[in-house]
Design a protein around this ligand. Structure first.
Ligand code: FAD
Length: 499
């Protein structure tokens, strides 16, 4: 029996599929596309706890929600993007709907199906997956030969929400962008947004249009980078009636080259890049704005996410005076606002905690292998795609500095190659295992804090799996490296065991 040909158990409540994909966000839908294209005869299902597709783009509904990557690279390689480079969540959802309809994936996706546990049996060469229906509470069971985890990287139900003294005394409203109330009307309200990451940068110009005033309150600055929402080259190519497929590929290459250059500068000439970013911001900010205090971070550019400002909309709000920035530390909440360490008090009707999220390790699914619980923090990643000692399981984790989907596409192609290879070998199981020469390899944190260290990564590092000091036990962060190394990865180098 090969990996993709195993049959299910005969228990009545159990449904068997050859491949089970967890997550119907951009990664899971992409995985389903690649799988179906490469193995049209194989059965598969996509399970998602939410009530609809889109993951991140379904969950987040705060005003102005949009991508901060260009959609030529955040979109799939196989599906041309036809809009402006920066897209709203609605446009991204429509793009995903087109993929779902074109591929006939709708009947494969089961919504409101939360996966709670996955147990591998070496004897049966199967995963047994426990699922709860979010709407009815019904318990379901699936078996599968291969588990493809496309669960994203954070908990969709529970955002990161630090607590400050006095929050219970605050007379206004506190909201988190991940749980934005549909009926929240900010007209005429004084709003304080805590945080200055991509979410704050998106939200502030959108709500500044109706609020009385919006204050971005940050403990420390972020690098911002204004870019046009639409790429001039895309407009030119469209005017020339160049086919959409070509425009998509040309723009992908242009954005990848630009991203690579900024990443290269962030490592090789960080001071030059810092100056470039600050100069660009200075041009957009009001006269006399204290740029060093508010927009000059202590970290190296790209050591944390560089927040893109489409058409400079955040800077426009600062110039117009509908928004302002305060760099200070929260001492406590008061009945009417926030008291700061400097002694100042910010009055607020509404406080938005744009404080981000915590990493979620494999969607909270409890894994066991032959009855032994898997403690991921003691396991090692295999090229950021599989986990040591965990058979027949792959996961998708996109890039931080480039579009997530560039990696999702690469990983999908890789997983299909691996499945075909295992099939050719007549193997029912493939599992990464440390070779004798890897046995005393130093185990390093999954993400190198020197390389990339935003709060959500550092807060949860202790829960995450590790990486080694050599390939294939690494998780590379650069598309420039992986675009050649992953497709060329040797599947018979002794680190993958086939049985
Ligand atoms: C507001 C926001 C904007 C972003 N913008 C960008 C951007 O512009 N560019 C970029 O590269 N990245 C961006 N990111 C990062 C972004 O999350 C990813 O790029 C991408 O959308 C992730 O897709 P995904 O399918 O891997 O995960 P998600 O979108 O997180 O989807 C995962 C899905 O898996 C489901 N799931 C998880 N656990 C389980 C379980 N146990 N059982 C069943 N289902 C489960 C979830 O319900 C969810 O639907 C952004 C993130 C946020 C929060």
């Amino acid at each position: 029996m090969t990996l993709l040909e195993q049959t299910g158990t005969t228990e009545t409540a159990t449904e068997h599929v050859d491949v089970l994909i967890v997550g119907a966000g951009i990664s899971g839908i992409g995985a389903a596309h690649h799988l179906q294209e490469r193995f049209p005869g194989k059965s598969f299902a996509v399970l998602d706890a939410l009530e609809d597709r889109g993951g991140t783009w379904w969950t987040h509904r705060y005003p102005g929600v949009r991508s901060d990557s260009d959609l030529f690279t955040f979109g799939y390689r196989f599906k041309p993007w036809r809009g402006a480079s920066i897209a709203t969540s609605q446009e991204i959802l429509s793009y995903l709907d087109e993929v779902i309809d074109e591929d006939g994936l709708r009947e494969r996706i089961r919504f409101r199906h939360r996966v709670s546990a996955a147990s591998w049996s070496s004897e049966d060469r199967l995963w047994t997956v426990e699922v709860t229906r979010e709407d009815t509470g019904e318990e379901l069971r699936f078996t599968t030969g291969f588990l493809w985890m496309c669960q994203g990287y954070y908990d969709h139900g529970r955002p990161y929400r630090p607590q400050w003294e006095g929050m219970d005394r605050f007379g206004g409203l506190v909201v988190h962008p991940q749980q934005w109330p549909d009926d929240l009307d900010l007209t005429g309200k004084r709003v304080v947004v805590i945080g200055s990451g991509a979410t704050a940068a998106t939200l502030i110009p959108a709500i500044a249009q109706t609020a009385e005033h919006v204050t971005m309150l940050q403990r420390s600055p972020t690098f911002f980078f204004a870019r046009p929402k639409t790429h001039e080259l895309a407009e030119t190519l469209r005017l020339l009636d160049v086919p959409d497929e070509w425009t998509h590929e040309i723009l992908r290459r242009a954005y990848i080259a630009e991203g690579d250059e900024i990443t290269r500068m962030s490592f090789e000439s960080p001071d030059e890049l810092r100056t470039m970013l600050l100069d660009a911001m200075r041009e957009q900010l009001p006269e006399g704005f204290d740029i060093d205090r508010h927009f000059n971070p202590t970290y190296r550019p790209w050591q944390q996410r560089l927040a893109l400002i489409p058409d400079g909309d955040l800077f426009a709000a600062l110039r117009e005076g509908t928004a302002s920035v305060v760099t200070d530390t929260i001492e406590r909440f008061t009945a009417t606002g926030i008291a700061l360490a400097s002694g100042e008090e910010l009055p607020a009707d509404v406080v938005v905690t744009a404080t981000g999220f915590d990493l979620s390790v494999f969607g909270g699914v409890a894994f066991t292998v032959d009855g032994e619980p898997v403690d991921f923090s003691s396991r090692v990643t295999w090229r950021g795609v599989m986990i040591s000692g965990v058979p027949n399981m792959a996961y998708v984790f996109g890039y931080f500095r480039h579009s997530w989907t560039l990696r999702a596409d690469l990983v999908s192609e890789f997983v299909c190659r691996l499945l075909a290879h295992a099939d050719e070998r007549g193997a029912g199981t493939v599992v990464p295992e440390l070779r004798p020469e890897d046995a005393d390899m130093p185990l390093l944190p999954w993400a190198d804090a020197e390389n990339f260290n935003p709060g959500y990564v550092t807060r949860s590092m202790h829960l995450m799996f590790k990486q080694g000091d050599r390939e294939p036990w690494t998780h590379l962060l650069e598309y420039a490296q992986e675009r050649t190394t992953l497709p060329a990865a040797d599947l018979d180098d002794g680190t993958l065991r086939y049985r």
